[in-house]
Design a protein around this ligand. Structure first.
Ligand SMILES: Nc1ncnc2c1ncn2[C@@H]1O[C@H](COP(=O)(O)OP(=O)(O)O)[C@@H](O)[C@H]1O
Ligand SMILES: [Mg+2]
Length: 397
């Protein structure tokens, strides 16, 4: 598979790189500012599902290349396997695919897997890099029949770019405009048939018009412990490590359902074991390493616990608005919503309701507190547990 990077997109090491147009639009993750936060930031980077530089360095080596190696997401894999083999038989590119779900669950990986299963070249870019019409025009002009165009953070495409893309993905046409005012001319040029793969952590921020143009909308779910254990074993194998089964289980259970975090914890444990002069990674060394990063049994880090603590102690368990939580713990709302909340909701510690966030009985227990008597009724039937559904748009207490 050939990978082509476009417009400042941060491509993992070891990939083929051909610069196209030169907009500066590197992907930005969440950022905290202020010197006092440096330590916090370092710790965040361990458990945050957002991509860090060291992830980027090792990711490409660890990324599965084929559907067979891609662990979990079985429903999605089955659907893709069928569509890919049908498309290959027809000698056509597969329909456009939208991948959505929290960071670190394997969207970029899956886009590359799809391209390699199709035997296609993949052009990688991101929403924020496609600022001007000419960025899009330049990009689609490089496409050849059957290529895959991957747009990460597709929810960050601006309106102009989005509208230029519509005919490109619907009819494989691009509208070129020249001149100004009365002299404006539009010329429609045909494009080769290609596959657009869009990825986003914010499905709710995508316009319906764009969403409707994808043949497949695929939600990636958090991984269960069995799947994470397989990922830990696979990563250990690639890195040439010997990890005892009990240590594998420890790492998997603390990975917040996220392969990126599982891989990061494997690297941390490896470094720790090396530092301690251990050749094999057993349960003891894994637990010691993980505890030093303040990751608890359920995969919660200090920020998760602080968040639950605030909802429970400062706001009587909720409901409390996202912005209020953000202001109290000194994080930005977006980071909480994209990075921390999805897992807390999925793991049953937090609920999203139209009136705000509520800590569940499980959260009380996790912090060693007794849930209030009315907590059980609060837990019942009021959650909107799917944090990445398209309906997210409408709800922001
Ligand atoms: N299904 C999977 N099986 C094995 N490893 C995976 C899987 N999904 C993701 N990974 C690993 O997790 C890392 C992060 O995945 P990535 O595709 O970058 O996530 P996203 O684009 O959703 O943020 C990759 O390096 C890859 O090695
Ligand atoms: Mg990605």
């Amino acid at each position: 598979m050939t990978i082509i990077k476009n417009n400042g997109y941060q491509l993992p090491e070891g990939s083929v790189y051909q610069p196209a147009t030169t907009t500066n639009g590197a992907i930005s993750g969440s950022q905290t500012s202020g010197k006092g936060k440096v330590q916090d930031r370092e710790r965040h980077s361990v458990m945050s599902s957002n991509e860090t530089n060291s992830d980027r360095k090792s990711d490409q080596k660890l990324r599965p290349q084929h559907l067979k190696e891609y662990i979990g997401q079985s429903h999605l894999k089955m659907m893709l396997t069928m569509s890919i083999s049908a498309a290959l038989e027809r000698k056509e590119p597969i329909d456009h695919v939208l991948l959505y779900g929290p960071p670190g669950l394997g969207k970029t990986t899956l886009a590359q897997v799809i391209a390699s299963e199709m035997g296609a070249k993949i052009h990688m870019t991101s929403g924020p890099s496609l600022e001007r019409p000419r960025d899009i025009v330049g990009l689609v002009h490089q496409l050849e029949a059957g290529d895959v165009l991957f747009i990460d953070e597709i929810h960050r495409l601006n309106k102009v770019a989005e509208e230029l893309l519509y005919p490109a993905i619907e009819d494989f046409m691009i509208d070129l405009t020249s001149g100004k005012g009365h002299a404006t001319r539009t010329m429609r040029l045909p494009l080769p048939k290609f596959t657009l793969i869009g990825a986003t952590t914010k499905a709710g921020s995508i316009s319906k018009a764009l969403r409707d143009r994808f043949g497949f909308s695929c939600r990636l779910d958090f991984y269960n412990e069995e799947e994470l254990a397989k990922i830990v074993e696979r990563t250990g194998g690639i890195l040439g490590l010997t990890i005892e089964q009990t240590a594998v289980v420890q790492i998997a259970s603390r990975s917040r359902g996220t392969p990126r975090i599982a891989n990061r914890l494997v690297r941390l444990v490896r470094d720790f074991a090396q530092y301690k002069g251990k050749k094999e990674i057993d349960r003891e060394i894994a637990v010691e390493a993980l505890q030093s990063y303040q990751v608890d049994q359920s995969g919660l880090d200090s920020t998760d616990r602080k968040l639950l603590h605030v909802v429970i102690n400062n706001y009587d368990g909720g409901p409390v608005g996202l912005d209020t939580i953000a202001a109290t713990i000194g994080e930005d709302s977006e980071t909480i919503e994209d990075v921390y909340e999805p897992f807390l909701i999925q793991a049953g510690f937090l609920q999203r309701t139209p009136r705000g966030r509520i800590a569940t009985a499980l959260a009380y227990q996790h912090l060693g507190k007794n849930p209030p008597a009315n907590q059980l009724s609060l837990d019942f039937g009021r959650s909107e547990n799917q944090s990445n559904s398209f309906e997210d748009n409408d709800e922001k207490p």
